[in-house]
Design a protein around this ligand. Structure first.
Ligand code: ADP
Ligand code: MG
Length: 348
């Protein structure tokens, strides 16, 4: 009897041991199975260059994810473009002074989110900034700065308080004729977020979507790395393409706003494409600011706002935001770098 019990116990142990070995072998096989990496190459999207990488278990999944992400970015560009005459933003800009314009849920929600960011940033971020952006753009083309009068009349058309929204009907209306919405400070980030969702929903294990230097990554990085490695470019154009630091990231977004890539030159002076909605002047407080936070739309809006607010007010704002870190670089010629304490954990 005793011997039988011992044999049964031994049998169970052998079975359990076998099961454990099987589990280990399966885990080893599963994780050592080569992953497939698909690259989009350089794509022309949203007025700049985009790049997508997808990590998946097989080639078909990776390709499906890439296709879905590209389709998403095109959809967002067609909805939000300031320049495409048939975008929903153009429809608002053409008709919202005359009557309420009904928009799709995505556009309505991003306009609502933008207004929240306007409140959060004390008006530094403001999607009604269109007339001021156009004024500075035209000033660059004419090589003549705008007059005080021009600045004043453009400023009179700016302010989220002049937007009339109707939640029940998803309509947008302008309180003042001549207003124009410009979602250039948030749509790129939002496009990145929706592309990442498309990649996740199509079964990828990891991926990164980069549009014009703004990006979001998730999941498994390439080459068995633990993190996605993101180099931060020096905004000093005397050192072109120089990386000033490398961030090690997982599941987060990074966006940069600055005057070093897109600007107007008037009488030899550099004017940023970001404007201060409160003064009407082009932003001057920072050469660049980089924001790290989970959603790319949030990072995009915050980085534009911090560029307007400048270093002190900008860092004070970042401190109040959860899961948000920042790297600020002061204007030429100093290019002094300041950062939030959490950045040190991402670069070591
Ligand atoms: P980039 O487009 O170079 O990534 P940003 O994300 O900072 O830079 O967005 C800048 C764009 O946002 C401008 O080209 C303009 O369309 C718009 N914009 C400019 N100033 C503001 C502002 N104060 N608030 C919201 N949007 C702005
Ligand atoms: Mg932005």
């Amino acid at each position: 009897m005793d011997k039988d019990k011992k044999l049964t116990r031994l049998g169970i142990l052998v079975c359990l041991g076998g099961l454990a070995i099987l589990c280990i072998a399966f885990t080893f096989f599963y994780y050592s199975k080569p992953l497939y990496q698909a690259e989009s190459g350089s794509l022309r999207k949203m007025g700049t260059v985009a790049h997508i990488t997808v990590i998946a278990a097989d080639k078909q999944t990776a390709q499906r994810c890439l296709d879905a992400a590209i389709k998403q970015i095109d959809t967002i560009e067609n909805l939000f473009s300031y320049f495409k005459p048939d975008s929903e933003i153009s429809a608002i800009n053409q008709h919202a002074a005359d009557s309420p314009v009904r928009v799709s849920p995505q556009v309505y929600q991003l306009i609502k989110k933008s207004i929240q960011f306007s409140k959060l940033t004390s008006g530094a971020f403001d999607i009604t900034v269109g007339p001021l952006v156009d004024l500075w753009h035209n000033a660059g083309d004419a090589n003549t700065p705008p007059t005080d009068e021009q600045l004043q009349s453009a400023r009179a058309l700016v302010g989220c308080d002049k937007l009339i929204l109707d939640d029940a009907n998803s309509t947008v209306r302008f309180a003042v004729s001549g207003m124009r919405l410009d979602l250039g400070g948030i749509a790129k980030g939002y496009g990145i977020d929706t592309a990442i969702e498309a990649i996740k929903n199509n079964g990828a294990l990891g991926g990164i979507v980069v549009i014009g230097g703004d990006l979001r990554c998730f999941g498994t990085p390439p080459h068995n790395n633990k993190h996605w490695l993101i180099g931060l470019q020096n905004p000093n154009l005397d050192s072109p393409n120089q990386t000033i630091l490398t961030l090690k990231l997982n599941d987060t977004a990074v966006t940069t706003s600055g005057d070093y890539r897109r600007f107007a030159t008037i009488n030899g002076r550099h004017f940023s494409h970001i404007v201060n909605p409160l003064t009407g002047r082009s932003a001057q407080g920072l050469a660049s600011d980089t924001i790290i936070t989970p959603l790319a739309a949030d990072a995009d809006a915050i980085s534009t706002a911090v560029n307007v607010l400048g270093p002190e007010k900008g860092l004070a704002l970042i401190k109040t935001l959860p899961h948000t870190e920042a790297i600020l670089i002061s204007p030429a010629p100093a290019y002094k770098l300041s950062k939030t304490p959490g950045i040190d954990l991402l670069i070591n």
